[in-house]
Structure formats: C-alpha cells, structure tokens
Ligand binder design. Structure first.
Ligand code: GRG
Length: 314
C-alpha cells in the first residue's frame, strides 16, 4: 500500500475525537433530579482534555472489523466514562492523593471529596445505561454490558487497584509481618507488576477492542486477533506510562511526574532499567502491529495507535 494512503493515528484521531466529545457532552445532559453541582463535577472531569485512547480503540476496532462509527459510539462513550470514574477515584486522598489530572486540578480539589466520589459513581452507572439503551440489537448491548462489567469489576480494574494499594501498604511496613517473609525475586516482582497492570489498565483496553468488535458483528477470528494485539498494547502502554513518570514533564503529561518513585511503587524502569523498558515496549508494539496484518488496511489506525502509545509525551 503506498504510504500516502496510510492514515496516521493523529489523522484518524483528529477525525474521530470531535464525534466522541460531542457524544460525551450529549450523554451528560442530565434530566432534573441530578443536582447542578453534581452535573458540573461529572462534566468537569469527563469533558476535560483526555487523549480518548479507549473510545478511539472502540471505534478503530469496529472499523477494522467493517463496522460503522455510529453503531460503536455509545460503547466508546461508556468505556471513557468508566475510565474517567477510575481516574477521579484514583486521585482521591484515600488512593493516590493527586492534585493534578489532565493539566487541571483534580475533581476533589475543585468539588470536594464527597462530590468527587459521587461523580465517579454517576459515571460508572451512566456507562451501563448508555450501553443498555443505545447499543443495538439488544443482545449485542447485553454482551457489551457483560464485557464492561467484567473488565471494571473486582477481578480486573478494581482488583488490580486493590492489589496495588495492598502492595504499597506492605512495602511501607519496614518490619512487622515482613520481617519473617523471604524477599521477592525480581521475576516474582515483575510478574506481580504485570498482573496489576493487566488488571488496572490492560483489561479496559481489551474490553474497548471487544466492544468495538461486538458492535461491528465481528467473528471469533477477528476478536482473537484484536485480543492478542490488545494484550501487547496494554503492556506497552503501561511501560510507556512508567517511563513518562520518570522522564516526562508535568507541562506535557498534565499530571504530577516522579510520583511512582516517591511512593516506592513497583515500576518497569525500577525493575528493568530505562533502556530495557524502552526495548520491551518497542518489541511489544512491533509484535502487536504484526498481529494485525490479517485484518488488512482497515486495521492500520490500530497499528498507528500502538506506535503512538510508546512515542507519546503525555
Ligand atoms: C479507582 C477502581 C479504581 C481504579 C483506578 C485507572 C486507575 C485504576 C488508576 C489510574 C492511575 C494510573 C496511572 C493507572 C495506569 C495508567 C493509566 C490508566 C493512565 C491514564 O490513562 P491515559 O494516559 O489518561 O489514557 P487520559 O487522561 O489521557 O485519559
């Protein structure tokens, strides 16, 4: 295929983002009953300038499987709502205690902790309402709801977050129960880190791809290709995220940098070093792009998204 026909990730994202932003705006025009302050707090975070990677993944996966953007848009918005809820709750003092997100003060810094918790709760429930009402036919809507619930639940997103917090608490205990524990090997630490990130980040990426495929009526072979791609993409994204925390700048990332080291978190650069982390992320992206080849040119935006994920500065 001549290179001129290949649309870059930024070109495709530039076309699709306005549709995502407009739909997120429409989906958060709440009916009476939702207090103005709560609606403001929800919209403050949801409509803030995120990269929209997960909704783009839904739309690009749908396109790769021959689907239509309009049919995938409700599912794309639902995934972004769940992602946004997780960021609002992750930033709370009881969790990561952050004051900067997407280049702005975090939700609880502006609206207070109670309203931030409720904004997250509202986004989580709204996501399922949107899918149940607007994904057609209803059987596909039900399959999307189940996939989303599994990805956001106690054995995935919430479980990964819980393990992350429990691990941090254990590492912060200098003696206590740990005095009798054997130190963990580097291999065990790496596998624990990969498991946490798979649940905290990777599974939502996989759900995004699955929802895109489901709304396009994809078959099992296409779904399998997307999932194999998604597993590598999720891990590469997380390695890049850890590298940005070490090497990135607050002005471009829009969030506090250096916080993982400050909190004694397990990270890929911490375990593997910077050079090996970069090599690993690049290898994963190359594998992810190779896996997409049977889907042809329609999957090129997904390949360019994978390359963007490790080259990004935010
Ligand atoms: C509170 C249930 C619960 C889960 C929190 C998402 C999460 C789990 C924690 C956020 C902290 C973090 C750095 C997670 C790993 C990577 C990640 C999800 C980064 C943010 O995603 P981006 O870079 O963000 O796509 P934008 O703002 O562009 O949408």
């Amino acid at each position: 295929m001549p290179a001129t026909l290949t649309r870059s990730f930024e070109q495709v994202a530039h076309e699709l983002r306005p549709q995502i932003e407009a739909a997120l705006d429409r989906y958060t025009q709440f009916v009476p009953g939702c207090p103005g302050k709560l609606a403001e707090s929800i919209r403050y975070s949801l409509l803030s300038p995120g990269k929209r990677l997960r909704p783009l993944l839904v739309l690009m996966a749908s396109e790769a499987c021959g689907g239509k953007i309009d049919a995938a848009l409700p599912a794309a918005c639902a995934v972004e709502m769940i992602h946004c809820y997780s960021l609002i709750h992750d930033d709370l003092p009881a969790m990561d205690d952050d004051d900067l997100r997407r280049g702005r003060p975090t939700n609880h810094k502006v609206y207070g902790e109670a309203m931030a918790i409720l904004a997250g709760d509202s986004l989580l429930t709204r996501a399922f309402e949107v899918v149940a009402r607007d994904v057609r036919p209803p059987a596909v809507g039900a399959a999307c709801c189940a996939a989303l619930a599994e990805a956001a639940g106690a054995s995935a997103l919430v479980g990964g977050q819980a393990d992350d917090i429990l691990g941090e608490q254990r590492r912060a205990q200098p003696n206590g129960d740990r005095a009798t524990e054997r130190p963990e090997s580097p291999e065990a630490l790496l596998s624990a880190l990969e498991s946490i990130h798979h649940r905290k980040t990777g599974v939502i990426f996989l759900a995004s791809l699955r929802l895109g495929a489901l709304t396009a009526g994809a078959g099992p072979t296409q779904i399998q290709i997307l999932e194999d791609y998604g597993r590598r993409l999720g891990l590469a994204f997380q390695i890049a995220d850890d590298l940005l925390d070490v090497q990135g700048k607050e002005e471009t990332t829009g969030k506090r940098v250096g916080k993982d080291a400050d909190r004694g978190k397990l990270t890929f650069p911490g375990l593997l070093g910077i050079d090996e982390s970069v090599r690993r992320a690049q290898r994963l992206v190359a594998e992810a792009c190779d896996l997409l080849k049977p889907l042809g040119q329609a999957a090129e935006p997904l390949a360019s998204l994978a390359r963007y994920v490790v080259e990004r500065d935010r």
